[in-house]
Ligand binder design. Structure first.
Ligand code: NAD
Length: 460
């Protein structure tokens, strides 16, 4: 049963794929890869079909946005303005890139030729989460399909609807049958079957760090398939007293934890504030958070929607209780609310006087719960920022150019934002240091995941 978090009602019953379906999909994906219908098609042909695919997605963009909102509870205006354009950009950018990437000739002696070529890896399984279902899928599908691979997409059991619609349009766009497969189902069933399958060449994943580690074990227990993970985060947003504009920084800090209900891998969930501006800045953030309040996700004016399901709802509320029990100071929020009867909603919440060792500062909560930690000077800010197993993103607010550069270098994170939060585009790589994952989505770097490098030596 696919349940909408908006009101707790069942939207539809979805096929529950298991090992048998995984085996069938891998067989189809392998056969078509070996036949070469897609894998050996010219890059320019794959590009044309993927651009048509993107056009079809765009034509159905309102349907996709509605499905995403109904399925996982995000505000409809975000689905329309963020998710759908983000997915389109990934498909179009990857399609456009594929006939512009050249192979290499090695600098050899005169009597031989060394060719360094990239080829599609073969069958790719993509396992994705529920917080940005279509965007996370498209960050994998764009470069994976453009490179000529066959792909099996396993959406989260909590948000399968847009993936299923995507499959129907892929067929209409002319992607050959078997090249793109969608297997809805549970992670511990069909996800595990894919991760353990001996005929999958590459497994790409976005989701929690715990499952990312499990997938690496599955790969080791089976065929050593390549495993690329985009995992969790507990990102520090560091505000110095010399930030160029404290009001702007406060608004960004509020948005960094409230956007998408805080269900964002790069949520700015640890707000590190220089001690001298602590009270002033907390008041500004508190005021800014009043503009982020849960409402009906289908109302275009809503900016905080529903928490994805009852399990996640309870989990986030349990962390609020942990914060209170560990003597952090509750500054605002912390309650469940119900703008739509039967749905799962939580008021954006801020705790101050948080120690970095407390559970609310160390664990990824994946909800709208902000922990404010104070520091004195750069060294302490760096020590606290890096005192986490994660390394996905970090924000730095200062008008001192030298301090900004030193901090950006010192923070162990895949994305660093100076005087802004959440910058990004297909033109730049996205991914994590440490236990936030390996490899990168987006940009030309993403193609490394979907291609093997071959060296061919020819005696002349
Ligand atoms: P999750 O790890 O619970 O699930 C992710 C996917 O893995 C789902 O499709 C799930 O069905 C599948 N899965 C679960 N158990 C499995 C198993 N044993 N074998 C194979 N597959 C299995 O994560 P989630 O709750 O869906 O998403 C939230 C997490 O995703 C957060 O940790 C968040 O930080 C992370 N995330 C990371 C990024 C990034 O780019 N780094 C982006 C978005 C979300």
């Amino acid at each position: 049963a696919c349940v909408s978090p908006i009101d707790g009602k069942t939207l539809a019953n979805i096929a529950l794929c298991k090992t048998a379906e995984a085996n069938k999909a891998v067989k189809c994906a392998r056969e078509v890869f070996d036949q070469g219908l897609w894998s050996k098609a010219s890059p320019v042909k794959r590009k044309a079909i993927l651009l048509k695919f993107a056009d079809l997605i765009e034509q159905h963009s309102e349907d996709f946005a509605l499905l995403e909102t109904l399925d996982m509870g995000k505000p409809i205006s975000d689905a329309i303005n963020v998710d759908i354009p983000g997915a389109l950009r990934s498909f179009r950018w990857s399609a456009e890139a594929i006939d512009k990437i050249y192979d290499e000739v090695a600098p050899t002696s005169d009597n031989e030729l060394g060719l360094v070529t990239r080829e599609a890896v073969g069958v790719v399984a993509a396992i994705v989460p529920w917080n940005f279902p279509l965007v996370m899928a498209s960050w994998k599908l764009g470069p994976a399909l453009a490179s000529g691979n066959s792909v099996i997409l396993k959406p989260s059991e909590k948000s399968p609807l847009t993936a299923i619609k995507l499959a129907a349009l892929a067929q209409e766009a002319g992607i050959p049958d078997g090249v793109f497969n969608v297997l809805p189902g549970y992670g511990h069933e069909v996800g595990k079957a894919l991760a353990l399958h001996n005929d999958i060449d590459t497994l790409v994943f976005t989701g929690s760090t715990a499952i990312a580690k499990q997938l690496m074990i599955y790969a080791g227990e089976s065929n050593m398939k390549r495993v690329w993970t985009e995992a969790g985060g507990k990102s520090p947003n560091i505000v110095f007293a010399d930030a160029p504009n404290l009001d702007e920084a406060a608004q960004a800090a509020a948005g960094a934890i409230c956007f998408n209900q805080g269900e964002v891998c790069t949520a700015g969930s640890r707000l590190l504030v220089e001690a001298s501006i602590k009270d002033e800045f907390i008041n500004k953030v508190k005021a800014a958070m009043q503009h982020w309040q849960p409402g009906n996700p289908l109302d275009p004016n809503t900016n905080v929607g529903a928490i994805v399901d009852s399990t996640q709802h309870e989990r986030v509320l349990a962390y609020v209780e942990k914060g209170k029990n560990q003597q952090a100071t509750l500054c605002c929020g912390g309650n469940k609310t119900q703008p739509v009867a039967g749905g799962f909603y939580i008021e954006p919440t801020m705790f101050s006087n948080v120690d970095n060792k407390m559970a609310i500062a160390s664990d990824e909560i994946f909800g709208p719960v902000l922990s404010v930690i104070t520091f004195n000077g750069m060294d302490e800010a760096i020590a606290i920022a890096n005192d986490t197993p994660y390394g996905l993103a970090a924000g730095i607010w200062t008008k001192d150019l030298s301090k900004a550069h030193k901090m950006a270098k010192a923070v162990r994170a895949g994305s660093v934002w100076v005087n802004q939060w959440d910058g990004g585009d297909m033109t730049a790589p996205f991914g994590g240091f440490k236990q936030s994952g390996n490899g990168r989505d987006k940009s030309l770097h993403a193609f490394n995941k979907y291609t093997e490098v071959k060296a061919t030596w020819i005696k002349l």
